[in-house]
Every structure is written in C-alpha cells, then in structure tokens.
Design a protein. Sequence first.
Length: 75
Amino acid sequence: MTRLLEQALEAVSRLSPESQDEIARAMLRLAGGEGEPEEIDASHLPAVLEGIAQAKRREFASDAEVEAAFRRFDR
C-alpha cells in the first residue's frame, strides 16, 4: 500500500460510519469490485428512472449547466 493511500484511509477513518461506507463503495467501484448494489430510496426512484430515460435519449446537461451546479457547492 502506498503512503498516499495510507494517509487517505487514515483521514477516512475519522469520518462517520455512513461516510466511511460511502467512500468504501466508491473505492470498490473504482477498483473494479463493484460490491453490492446500492439501495435507492423509494422517494428518489422516479428521479433516477427519469435520469436513465434522459441518458437513453442522450439528453445531457450542457457544460455551462454542470459548471453552474458545481458552483453552488462553493457557497
């Protein structure tokens, strides 16, 4: 294990168990070991299905829309 990965795991160990699990799932996906599928809250299902339908229709956000969305996190 590299020193950088050790530092990252040390930082993650200080987070809440929920955040640790979220990061662990992301790491497994990136490493190719998909793990268990993530459950979708029933209240979010319509939005997820609409997003899938939009992707199939190749309806994606523009670069400007994506940039605007990320800028909201800077506030």
